[in-house]
Design a protein around this ligand. Structure first.
Ligand SMILES: NC(=O)c1ccc[n+]([C@@H]2O[C@H](COP(=O)([O-])OP(=O)(O)OC[C@H]3O[C@@H](n4cnc5c(N)ncnc54)[C@H](OP(=O)(O)O)[C@@H]3O)[C@@H](O)[C@H]2O)c1
Length: 340
């Protein structure tokens, strides 16, 4: 069976394929034949050595897959060979097979494709965790989301709508205007427009209830400024540390230096909150599982519907990551590992 490996820290040339023996399940585990593996922005940052929570090199990235159970270990409860499932792999998902604890599996609802299933876990669980679980989202709440045309961005737009959002303001590159608008967001050109001013303008000068910031650095303080009294900013990424396929230490340092130091007294006086969010280091699996079960229900009910932009065969993994580096993706990018 084939597996993608990051051999060392670097550009796209460090991505390699290895051939290995098929996997076997120990007690409590299942082996899943992978059909689709999700690519996340974090995978690109890990490849560049810019992601603290990654394993040592060499390793196989990949948080999430969809596929079919092909082997069940002793003592596994109600899962059986042939079941279509989503598996939360932690790492290692870019592979023809994965072995996971049965607790990290959820069934794929009937009529939901392997594509939609693999596109759902990280993006929607992150969106759900911020808006619903931490954010106490109320009908009519207003939202600011950056990278609005990407995986998490499109998930946030759909989920916020499903939760009854008021206005959803999405920033992105100019080429994504129509796409972002088609998702019901008020588009803001991230390079030429002032999103803080627009957030105030569109909310009678008050600001938004929820500002979701995956950019980091100085940008995070601007998101904080876009909040109303009682608003929440979620720091959930540091994409400004990345400039292209090659690592830029300058950009990473600039991002770190620009990170705001929030003053609790000023936060108290302005009634604003800051949440730090990292699903990769989130330890409470019961909470995560309940997010995914809830999201599966929304998926089954047609209230959310993951947008898959492009599926690359796994041999093209470098091109797939380049596609994201080049900011071309509109929604999610997946790898196809299905048997041929
Ligand atoms: N904390 C967590 O648990 C968690 C979980 C999931 C994702 N995240 C974070 O959320 C963000 C979105 O993740 P995603 O997986 O859904 O990715 P994504 O948004 O699909 O990533 C690609 C998009 O990001 C934008 N972008 C901004 N800076 C970029 C750069 N330096 N290089 C390439 N693209 C850049 C581009 O759109 P525009 O140019 O149009 O903006 C691009 O199309 C990332 O920062 C990620 O690390 C965090």
């Amino acid at each position: 069976m084939k597996r993608v490996v990051y051999t060392r820290k670097g550009d796209l040339s460090v991505i390699s394929l290895v051939d290995e023996q098929p996997l076997t399940a120990k007690a409590g585990e299942v082996v899943v034949e992978v059909h689709r593996a999700g690519i996340n922005f974090a995978d690109l940052m890990m490849r560049q050595g810019l992601y603290g929570a990654a394993p040592d090199f060499p390793f196989t990235p990949g948080y999430e897959v969809s596929g079919v159970i092909i082997q069940v270990g002793a003592g596994v409860g109600d899962k059986k060979v042939g079941d279509r499932v989503i598996a939360m792999t932690g790492f290692g998902g870019y592979s023809e097979q994965v072995v996971v604890d049965e607790s990290r599996i959820i069934p794929i609802p009937e009529d939901i494709s392997f594509d939609a299933a693999a596109a759902m876990p990280v993006t929607y669980a992150t969106a759900y965790h911020m808006l619903s679980y931490l954010g106490n989202f109320q009908s009519g709440d207003t939202v600011l989301i950056h990278h609005a045309g990407g995986g998490v961005g499109t998930a946030v737009a759909q989920l916020a709508k499903a939760l009854g959002a008021g206005i959803i303001i999405g920033t992105a590159s100019a080429s994504k205007r129509k796409f972002v608008e088609s998702l019901g967001m008020r588009f803001v050109d991230k390079n030429t427009e002032d999103f803080v001013a627009i957030c105030k303008q569109l909310t009678d000068g008050k600001g938004v209830h929820h500002a979701l910031d995956p950019v980091g650095g100085k940008h995070l303080m601007r998101s904080y400024k876009a909040l109303r009294s009682g608003g929440r900013v979620y720091c959930f990424g540091a994409s400004s540390a990345v400039t292209g396929e090659k690592r830029s230490l300058m950009a990473a340092l600039k991002m770190l230096r620009g990170m705001p130091k929030f003053d609790p007294l000023r936060m108290m006086n302005s009634n604003k909150s800051v949440f730090g969010v990292h699903m990769g280091t989130w330890k409470d699996e019961d909470v995560m599982r309940s997010h995914l079960v809830e999201l599966s229900e929304l998926l089954r009910a047609g209230k959310i519907s993951p947008i898959v932009d492009k599926v690359f065969r796994y041999e093209e993994v470098a091109q797939a990551q380049k596609y994201i580096h080049d900011r071309k993706n509109r929604g999610k990018v997946l790898l196809d590992f299905s048997p041929r």
